[in-house]
Design a protein around this ligand. Structure first.
Ligand code: 1YM
Length: 632
């Protein structure tokens, strides 16, 4: 499709973007900052998908900018009907772009595809260099999208392509420091989704480089996700197209008990799933039940539940939906709404998978065996839980009543908070200092079970986790429902050291694996105790980070005393409440699943058998999966 200089529609000014950046990029924190990169890279990726250029370079430069280069056709450099150059319109007018037309696969729903002009609006400087039709052209902008130097020819070249370099505006963003690893993860993902595309990332500040290229696309993606696991067979690769919707699925079972499904629509991740995921799951359940029936593997009328067929499964679902059919739902627009995607994915996966199972009986039987075991374990666990709930199993009930839990007096679950506290001594202080009306304390002794390879049965057999599960009362696995939770907030409170971080990660893994709906619903938090107290004459204040301490030190004149808290236990009850538990002062970090793959990957790096990656990870990333919106 030729680009039509006239098809650009002028809708709104960039000023609106600067006034309400959140409307366009979601937020002005780290996540919003990185949206700028995705926005520009997505344009380069679109060009590659259309068949122009197969190399994209992303550079974090020494002067704080990000530069994205592609080898596509180059943005058109003609004159627009307004009299301005086409690049000027593309980078200064919201929603400008002939790409948002029928027939293509470009994503314009949700937060993606808001356009290069939004990036320009939120940058203090932007330079666009275009190689096209033998010429090299440049246009630059400053102060949120004002033209600095209009489009001009600066030379000749035989190459074609577009380079966009931008400097995010400090006046807009909380931070303008880009994260190499965040960009790396996302670029790796794009390279998995688009076979034969090469993406290079360079960090000039730290001399780091990565290059991603995967000939086997989704198959490589699944292998990558299973890197720290034991796969049970070769990756199953399925593809098909119906009514204009392209479906590509790769899947593989591992010996773990966790399901790990990622889905994408037009190469953008659908973090909350949607109709394509539903279609996939339905197909899976149907194909395995059919196989079981045909091979006499299920006795009587019982059937496999969906969750049974997903235990240990790693899968990527990638669909391409024509622009005209795209529909996104949910607050963050991370859920595919398009109803047509469901039957299309379902029929393609059902057909291909049924065929695969018949052709690969030994693999099929192995997976069936796993699913049947899951079914048995699930039924046993459910029965045990029901008994405890109904009070039939006295020992289970007593365990809670006589246990270590200090309950809250208030009866409103939404207002009540459960603190999971590392160690008995901190537990004691927390118990004394707490707000009795709303705060409950559950001290944890020692290390929590590593859930990476735990089954529902193991969890039921583990006293510590069992206690947490029973105390929260929301159920586990497919039975977990936030509405049944006895607490509106579950707060993990550990020492601010390596051990504490490890306990945090183990608990988050537990919640991630077995009570994920609680994370999705935003019920899980990490307390953020201060690292130091600082006394100057009469006043005493608490300090959260080393950076903050350094800042404070510079400002103080005269005498002061610094006390470093080695652990929660060093604070007395009052101090602990005041700094870490009191809703008026504390800063909680809400645990989110912004990125299931990252979480999964990190969790398996952390919890897998290899020690070195774990140490490295803890040192570098301890709170990476945690959103620090709540930090002061
Ligand atoms: C580093 C970022 O933007 N490349 C790029 C963008 C475009 C084209 C080629 C292009 C598209 C078409 C025709 C067409 C365009 N993007 C837009 C908009 N790289 C980068 N490479 N010729 C060239 O779609 O028909 C308009 S052109 F508006 F979406 F930004």
């Amino acid at each position: 499709m030729a680009y039509d200089d006239k098809s650009i529609k002028i809708l709104e000014g960039l000023e609106a973007v600067r006034k309400r950046p959140g409307m366009y990029i979601g937020s002005t924190d780290k996540r919003g900052l990185h949206h700028l990169v995705w926005e520009i890279v997505d344009n380069a990726v679109d060009e590659a998908i259309n068949g122009y250029g197969s190399l994209i370079k992303v550079t974090l430069t020494k002067n704080g900018s990000v530069r994205v280069e592609d080898e596509g056709r180059g943005v058109p450099c003609g004159k627009h009907e307004s009299g301005k150059s086409t690049p000027e319109v593309i980078y200064t007018v919201l929603h400008a772009g002939g790409k948002f037309e029928e027939g293509g696969y470009k994503v314009s729903g949700g937060l993606h595809g808001v356009g290069a002009s939004v990036v320009n609006a939120l940058s203090k400087k932007m330079v666009v260099t275009i190689a096209r039709d033998g010429g090299l052209y440049e246009i630059s902008f400053k102060d949120g999208g004002k033209v600095d130097t209009p489009l001009k020819k600066i030379g000749q070249t035989r190459k074609t392509g577009t380079t966009v370099e931008f400097w995010p505006d400090e006046k807009i963003f909380d931070t303008t420091k880009f994260s190499f690893s965040t960009i790396e993860e996302r670029m790796r993902e794009s390279a998995f989704l688009i076979s034969n595309l090469t993406i290079e990332i360079n960090d000039e500040n730290e001399d780091r480089h990565s290059s991603f290229h995967f000939e086997n696309g989704l198959v490589s993606f699944v292998e990558y996700m299973n890197e720290n696991k034991t796969p049970l067979h070769k990756v199953i690769d399925m593809e098909g197209t119906k009514t204009g919707i392209e479906v590509h699925v790769a899947m593989c079972y591992t010996d773990s008990y966790n399901e790990n499904i990622l889905s994408f629509v037009n190469n953008v991740k659908t973090i909350d799933g949607g109709s394509h995921e539903v279609g996939f799951k339905t197909a899976l359940t149907k194909a395995f039940n059919e196989y079981a029936k045909n091979n006499n593997l299920l006795k009587g009328k019982t059937v496999l539940e969906g969750a049974d067929t997903r235990e240990g499964l790693t899968a990527i679902i990638s669909v391409n939906v024509p622009e005209a059919l795209l529909q996104f739902e949910g607050q963050t627009k991370g859920k595919l709404g398009t109803p047509q995607a469901r039957p299309v994915v379902e029929s393609i996966v059902y057909e291909k998978l049924s065929y695969y199972l018949e052709e690969n009986k030994s693999v099929a039987n192995m997976i069936m065996d796993k699913a049947l075991k899951s079914k048995t374990a699930r039924e046993a666990a459910r029965k045990a839980r029901e008994e405890v709930r109904n009070g039939k199993n006295k020992s289970g009930k007593d365990k809670i009543l006589n246990g270590k839990l200090t309950k809250a007096a208030g009866k409103d679950p939404k207002k009540n908070e459960l603190f999971l506290v590392e160690g008995d001594s901190a537990g004691g202080s927390a118990k004394t200092g707490r707000n009795r009306e709303t705060q409950a304390i559950l001290p944890l002794r020692g290390k929590v079970l590593n859930c990476e390879k735990a089954s529902t049965n193991d969890i039921n057999g583990n006293e510590e986790l069992n206690l947490i599960m029973q105390t929260i009362g929301a159920g586990i696995g497919s039975d977990c429902n936030p509405e049944d939770s006895n607490y509106g907030k579950v707060i993990i409170m550990t020492d601010a050291d390596d051990d504490g971080a490890h306990i945090q990660i183990l608990l988050i893994t537990f919640f991630y694996r077995f009570m994920r709906p609680l994370i999705d619903a935003g019920f899980i938090y990490v307390a953020n105790p201060p690292l130091y107290s600082l006394e100057t004459g009469k006043s005493k204040e608490y300090i959260q980070t080393d950076e903050e301490l350094a800042e404070k030190r510079k400002l103080i004149k005269g005498q002061y005393k610094i006390n470093r808290f080695k652990g929660l236990g060093e604070m007395d009850a009052e101090e602990l409440f005041e700094t870490t538990m009191d809703p008026k002062n504390r800063s909680l970090i809400r645990v989110t699943i912004e990125d299931a793959m990252l979480a999964e990957k990190r969790v398996s790096t952390l919890m897998g058998d290899k020690v070195e990656p774990r140490k490295e990870w803890i040192n570098e990333n301890v709170d990476f999966t945690l959103e620090d919106d709540f930090r002061r």
